[in-house]
Design a protein around this ligand. Structure first.
Ligand code: SF4
Length: 619
């Protein structure tokens, strides 16, 4: 048995209330390592990929990695894998904070939740004590209150909770799962919990893991701390900015490039820069820094609302992506309204990023006359109207009126608001854009188009293009680069490393930490192949659901020139985009239609995935 694992998977069936444990096989450890790898492999093997994501057959896999909750900094996250009700693709989503630490103390490497309860429940896990408990009294409550009630019920046990708010209960397809500090945001995992009548989990325990080679592991941890220290002592680096001010340092930087997506990606110039910029929150609303378990970067920031109805409210956030989605995209220039919007999304259990961009699209559809004020239940949802934004957030969470349309995501909104709105519906595969502009950052264009869960920034070359390490406007070579980054990030997510660790850690360091913790014998090359194996399994899952080249695409707006500022005239041409995609598929060893070939899957040791794909797609 390898070290740094407990060798146990917990399986909870909500239909028959059966709770069991299974051994973690060496095969799973050697080829999938942990975190995302475990989740993707288990889901791929255990479900028919074509199932209804909100049906009883869908499963939810929570997992941690072999380095979680050790001394190693920036490995604090927890992973959730399920089939997304928003995109119909496979979904993996991450939450930092301290949930991973408590998960690790429980003595399990992964938790599989399946079936559907008859009544609302929550699951409590503390060492071997695993219970499915009634949650009727919590159903209908927001995430914060729910967490408090669950913790009260479990008084005396040191646990952390991850719950859904009303959005998840109402099967809103952009619902998140909210932990006590961070959130599993993207892709609607909260709605999957809601479909199972599962309010959430509370987890903790008294277990501890054993390392394979503690001395070496400590040496590599020290190396990691040194790298972080050096990076954050240089004020020019992104990590230093994250540490001092928060991820919102990106606002000024991106705006200077003409790439701060604003008003539903109509422009890359943020006209509210004087009101909402990289230092607004630090200077006026900052309360304290927050960090994931053991992380010296502490990129999280708590802010306090000072005036109005919500005066005194303290919220962790908003971070950069939320400021973009709820702020620059909707042209909301009131920082306090942004703190409140961020809070409401968290409390109702809505993904801020998806919610904001969905509202921005609706604002544009309204201003351009595709929908009327009546269709918006009388809301004057123009750009900049923060009161209307806050009300729309509530409407989505409760499926109230027009909120019922938006609650099923942007693809459903296009159906209702008209085919003409498709050109400015900023999404890929139904997942709305993260805060990056494909017209300025062309590698990002390819990353958005090809990411398995939709327009995702976490599988992309954020730092490299923004910091000018590679030419953001170049297209040649981006296919190869994006493929490599996607594989690398997937491998990091098996550990489960924070996405920002990649700014400072060389691949060697991940490999050395992994080997010294577990006794595995990874090389850099094998580590990259690990990421590629998982990427291909995800892709096969999606191909079985009908996703091919036609879905690896971008909305029309990305092919129009930008109107103003430093990026004036920048656009992506169809030719450039298709060339990048061809290069990318060739690097992946896939067909021109973006379908993995038998040869490549065989090389990755997953020929069985090809057979499964053929079984579902032939005839
Ligand atoms: S950098 Fe931020 S998100 Fe990453 S582990 Fe540290 S505190 Fe968490």
């Amino acid at each position: 048995m390898y070290k740094s694992y407990y060798g146990k998977i917990l399986r909870i069936n909500l239909t028959d209330q059966k709770i069991s444990t299974e051994s973690l096989s060496n095969e799973l450890i050697e080829n999938y390592v942990g975190g995302m790898g475990f989740g993707v492999k288990i889901l791929f093997d255990e479900i028919d990929p074509r199932i209804d994501p909100l049906g009883v057959e869908n499963k939810v896999i929570f997992s941690v990695g072999p380095i979680t909750a050790t001394r190693a900094p920036m490995f604090a996250q927890t992973c959730v894998v399920t089939k997304s009700p928003l995109t119909n693709t496979i979904l993996n989503s991450y939450a930092g904070g301290t949930l991973g630490y408590y998960f690790r103390k429980s003595g399990y490497d992964a938790i599989i939740i399946e079936g559907k309860s008859e009544k609302p429940v929550f699951i409590s896990i503390f060492d071997d004590e695993v219970d499915i408990r009634a949650a009727e009294d919590i159903w209908g409550k927001g995430s914060q209150e729910s967490q408090k009630i669950i913790k009260k019920k479990l008084e005396g046990l040191k646990v952390q909770t991850a719950v859904i708010g009303q959005a998840g209960e109402n099967l809103v397809r952009l619902a998140s799962i909210v932990t006590e500090s961070r959130t599993f945001g993207r892709g609607g995992a909260g709605a999957v919990l809601g479909s199972k009548l599962l309010k959430g989990i509370a987890i903790g325990g008294t277990q501890s893991i054993e390392l394979y080679d503690e001395e070496s592991f400590n040496k590599y941890c020290n190396e990691a701390f040194e790298l972080i220290k050096k990076e954050i002592s240089n004020p020019q680096t992104l990590l230093a900015g994250f540490s001092n001010i928060g991820t919102m340092v990106g606002i000024d930087l991106l705006n200077q490039m003409g790439a701060m997506a604003s008003r539903n990606h109509q422009t890359g110039v943020w006209h509210g820069i004087n009101e909402v910029n990289s230092t607004t929150f630090k200077e006026k609303y900052h309360v304290s820094h927050t960090a994931c378990f053991g992380c010296p970067v502490h990129c999280g920031k708590k802010n306090r609302v000072k005036t109005g109805k919500y005066a005194g409210l303290i919220q962790e956030g908003p971070e950069y992506e939320s400021i973009y989605a709820l702020g620059t995209e909707c042209d909301i220039r009131d920082p306090e309204a942004l703190i409140v919007a961020d809070f409401l999304c968290d409390d109702f259990g809505l993904d801020t990023l998806t919610t904001g961009v969905l509202i921005a699209y609706t604002m544009e559809a309204y201003e351009r006359g595709f929908i009327t004020k009546d269709q918006l239940d009388g809301l004057d949802l123009r750009f900049g109207n923060h009161e209307a934004e806050l009300e729309m957030i509530r409407k989505i969470a409760f499926r109230d009126g027009v909120g019922n349309i938006l609650a099923d995501g942007i693809l459903n909104a296009i159906k209702h608001f008209g085919e003409e709105t498709r050109s400015f519906a900023m999404h890929v595969k139904g997942l709305t854009f993260a805060a990056w502009m494909p017209r300025v950052l062309k590698g990002m264009a390819l990353a958005f188009a090809t990411a398995n869960r939709g327009a995702c920034h976490k599988r992309a070359i954020i730092g490299m293009e923004v910091m000018g390490i590679v030419d953001p406007q170049a297209t040649k070579g981006k296919g190869k680069l994006i493929k490599e980054i996607q594989d690398k990030v997937n491998a990091i997510f098996t550990l489960i490393g924070c996405r920002f660790s990649e700014f400072v850690y060389p691949v060697d360091l991940y490999v050395n930490l992994l080997n010294s913790a577990t006794g595995l014998n990874y090389t850099n090359e094998k580590f990259m192949k690990l990421g590629e194996r998982i990427w291909n399994l995800e892709r096969v899952f999606n191909v079985i659901n009908g996703f091919t080249r036609k879905d690896d695409t971008l909305p029309e707006r990305c092919f129009e020139p930008l109107p103003e500022g430093p990026s004036k005239g920048y656009k992506l041409t169809r030719e450039e985009f298709n060339e990048m995609l061809d290069e990318y598929y060739a690097e992946r060893g896939w067909s021109k239609e973006g379908v993995p070939t038998r040869e490549r899957l065989k090389e990755l040791g997953i020929t069985y995935a090809y057979d499964k794909m053929k079984k579902f797609t032939s005839g």
